[in-house]
Design a binder for this molecule. Structure first.
Ligand code: PLP
Length: 371
């Protein structure tokens, strides 16, 4: 017998694998031919741009050849969109890959990585896998205007001389909360210049609050700032696995040393380029999400549920002591939400905002289960 855990490097020994929620493939088979109402993974229910689908079909011609290892066309398009240089863009097999790699590259044994309580789970995973020590800053109190959201002052206080990296999400998953552009600028001004600040903006395109702004505007003044984005959410390409980071060109150059040469595949590159160009499709789905987010939030509040403010395509909803029972009963009815026990929020469920008909199915099932 080989004890593979003992053979693993120290950081990996203490790790638990990322919890993807339910085994959806198995559940789909169980419920077939009736489709599930899948509101557990924050996917975009409106689907990808038809132009992205066509681009994937066209790209099949080249299925036998390697993709562009530089992803040059997509990088240039992203550089134009965000008004940066192509050398400031790093492409990833989803942004998850890049979030992991920043810790691998910039933090190790003896170093500290700072993240927020109730921050996206990948940050803790990234820190631990790299062998670094994770320091979790307490989140804002439940009675704050941004309940369980990032407390930027607490994050600042968690920075020590050993800190290499800080991970924040704006807006955050699973809370849906955000912090204002002015609050973040004040925060960044106080972070020591050698501490890298990763701002995960997976939901940025979906945010429309007056006080919300991307951190991208601060890049020129702060070479320690890194912003990550993804094509998985607003662009509806979760299956294609394309994400990116924008940072100082020297930071990107170091990251390129560990990037697997063909990490973004040819179909993903083609889909992302076409999706990026189809701004009308993006705008239409973002508007539809905002409308359904409001309607679903109203409907849940009308049923006496407490929920977190959200600038995303999901809602964090409290169901109290009955949460596990409610969740299980919904699964039985083919409605899939995301349990939050892994985040220490066992009394909450995270509900992806679906299309009108999916949200209606959810509410009908919820009313049955809660009766
Ligand atoms: C979904 C999500 C991501 C990762 O998405 P990829 O599909 O890996 O690009 C990153 N951060 C947050 C906060 C997310 O919710």
């Amino acid at each position: 017998m080989i004890d593979f855990v003992a053979l693993a490097q120290a950081g990996v020994r203490g790790l638990r694998a990322y919890d993807p929620g339910h085994d959806l493939v198995a559940l789909r088979r169980q419920h077939a031919p009736v489709p599930l109402v899948e509101l557990g993974s924050n996917e975009n229910p409106y689907g990808a741009s038809p132009k992205a689908r066509q681009a994937v079909i066209d790209a099949l011609e080249g299925l036998h050849i390697y993709p562009d290892p530089l992803g040059g066309d997509l990088k240039r398009a992203l550089a134009v969109k965000h008004d940066v240089e192509p050398a400031q863009v790093l492409l990833g097999n989803g942004s998850h890959e890049l979030l992991m790699q920043f810790a691998q590259v910039f933090a190790g044994a003896g170093d500290e990585v700072v993240a927020s309580q109730f921050g996206f789970a990948v940050y803790a995973l990234a820190a631990q896998a790299a062998g670094a020590t994770l320091r979790l800053a307490p989140a804002l109190a439940h009675d704050h205007a941004m309940p369980r959201g990032h407390d930027l002052d607490a994050l600042l206080s968690a920075i020590t001389p050993r800190t290499k990296l800080v991970y924040l999400a704006n807006p955050n998953n699973p809370t849906g909360t955000w912090y204002s552009a002015t609050a973040f600028a004040a925060f960044l001004a106080q972070v020591p210049a050698h501490v890298l600040v990763v701002v995960d903006e997976a939901y940025a395109e979906l945010a429309d609050a007056d006080d919300y702004a991307s951190a991208l505007g601060l890049l020129a003044a702060h070479p320690n700032l890194i912003v990550t984005r993804t094509f998985s959410k607003a662009y509806a390409l979760a299956g294609a696995r394309v994400g990116y980071a924008i940072a100082h060109p020297d930071c990107i150059a170091v990251m390129e040393r560990v990037r697997e040469s063909f990490n973004v595949n040819a179909l993903g590159l083609a889909a992302a380029e076409a999706a990026l160009a189809d701004t009308a499709h993006l705008q239409a789905t973002v508007a539809a999400n905002a409308r359904q987010r409001q309607l679903l939030a109203d409907a849940l509040r009308a049923r006496g549920r407490w929920l977190s403010p959200s600038q995303t395509n999901f809602l964090l909803v409290e169901f109290g002591e009955a949460t596990a029972r409610i969740e299980a009963a919904l699964v039985q009815r083919g409605v899939i939400l995301r349990p939050m026990g892994g985040y220490g929020l066992g009394d909450c469920l995270r509900i992806t905002v679906g299309k009108a008909e999916q949200n209606a199915c959810l509410l009908v099932a919820l009313d049955e289960v809660m009766a």
